[in-house]
Design a binder for this molecule. Structure first.
Ligand SMILES: *Cc1c(COP(=O)(O)O)cnc(C)c1O
Length: 369
């Protein structure tokens, strides 16, 4: 018996959809298009996703951590690989050895990268990050002015891009978008004639219009099917199909409670199924009494609390022949995509994807499903 048949759940990842999403975003942006593959390509498996993106034409990749970059370098010997969190203290030499390009997020990181560049024949590439309103990473206004006044701090560094990051891009009417754009343009002026281009937009930022796109866009979530335009229909192809296996079927014909804490009471006659997926698989506990699965188009509401390894679903409306031990139900799939499950959980598609656990049997397809 294969893992696919034994596993409590099946996670099918459509690399063809991810490649098509990359090409759609690159066409829409009509400028350079990188791919953000941090956190194991948002939980979908960087070792499979990154080569598929490279085959789709992507040359520039962003990860968060140095070690993610080292792993990616083994997969893609020739790609431009950028480390969003910058060089870890003391790891500058490792980045140089692996040909990884850091994002420099403050003057300390600038100083450490300049020190690594000192005495080398060729300059070391970097991205310079200015904060325009996230207050998370990036040079603040004072640091930006200081760097402009002391350009020698960048000696030996070849700035590939000046970048910043949007805080509210998925809300097109949010005034912060235009404020950040103005602040980014002001920072470019302050810094004067830096070599290289500019990079500003994440997935949603691409859809704010041409002013936001500059020379390199940095989509992540939209590649994996998350809707970058939550107030409009999702233009992205779905990349994830998540199924859970039915373990037990229970006919209910008298009042009873379901699960830990007895938080749900069944009143009507019906069917309850127990499915072999739980919060240890990233089926978030906040889906207790709120989430739903599907058999075909029939919704199966989560009854009671999500347990570590199990959920219980109301299958009363599902056809009898589909509800049997060993059969599969859709947890994320047609008609109930990653954003729909995220809404039920009170979170984002980002968190749903990056929470997908290691116990699923993972399958990669290159087709339309
Ligand atoms: C994660 C990240 C991105 C990608 O954002 P998405 O919303 O997933 O497209 C882009 N830029 C930076 C700086 C990031 O941290």
């Amino acid at each position: 018996m294969s893992l696919d048949e034994r596993a409590g759940g099946l996670l099918t990842i459509d690399l063809g959809a991810i490649a098509a999403n990359y090409q759609f975003l690159a066409r829409t942006a009509a400028t350079g298009c990188a791919a953000v593959v941090k956190a194991d390509a948002y939980g979908l498996g960087m070792d499979r996703v990154a080569p598929a993106l490279a085959a789709a034409g992507c040359r520039a990749f962003f990860v968060a951590l140095a070690d993610e970059g080292i792993a990616l370098r083994r997969l893609l010997p020739d790609a431009d690989i950028y480390i969003l969190n910058g060089p870890p203290i003391g790891a500058e030499g490792d980045l140089v050895a692996q040909n990884l390009t850091p994002v420099l997020n403050d003057l300390d990181q600038v100083g450490r990268w300049a020190a690594a560049a000192a005495g080398r024949d060729a300059p070391l590439a970097a991205i310079l990050h200015v904060d325009t309103g996230m207050s998370r990473l990036g040079l603040d206004g004072q640091e930006t002015k200081r760097l402009a006044a002391e350009p020698d701090r960048l000696a030996g560094i070849d700035i590939a891009y000046l970048m910043s990051h949007l805080a509210c891009a998925e809300e097109p009417d949010h005034p912060k978008n235009a404020e950040q754009l103005a602040a980014f343009r002001a920072a470019r002026q302050t810094l004067g004639a830096l070599p290289g281009g500019a990079s500003f937009a994440n997935s949603s930022g691409i859809f704010l219009g041409p002013d936001y796109r500059f020379d390199l866009v940095r989509p992540g979530a939209a590649l994996y099917g998350v809707n970058p335009t939550p107030d409009k229909p999702n233009p992205m192809a779905q990349a994830v199909h998540l199924q859970g296996r039915i373990l037990q079927l229970r006919d209910v014909d008298r009042p009873m409670t379901v699960g830990y804490g007895a938080t749900h009471s069944v009143a009507r006659k019906g069917k309850i199924i127990t499915v072999s997926v739980g919060y240890a698989d990233g089926y978030l506990r906040s889906l207790s009494n709120r989430g739903s699965a599907r058999i075909g188009a029939v919704p199966l509401p989560v009854l009671g609390r999500v347990s570590m390894d199990l959920i219980t679903l109301d299958a009363s409306d599902a056809p009898d022949d589909a509800v049997r031990p060993g059969a599969l139900v859709d947890l994320i799939g047609p008609g109930h995509d990653v954003d729909a499950l995220a809404a039920e959980a009170g979170t984002t598609g980002y968190e749903i994807l990056t929470s997908l656990g290691p116990r699923y049997a993972r399958r990669y397809t290159d087709g339309n499903g």
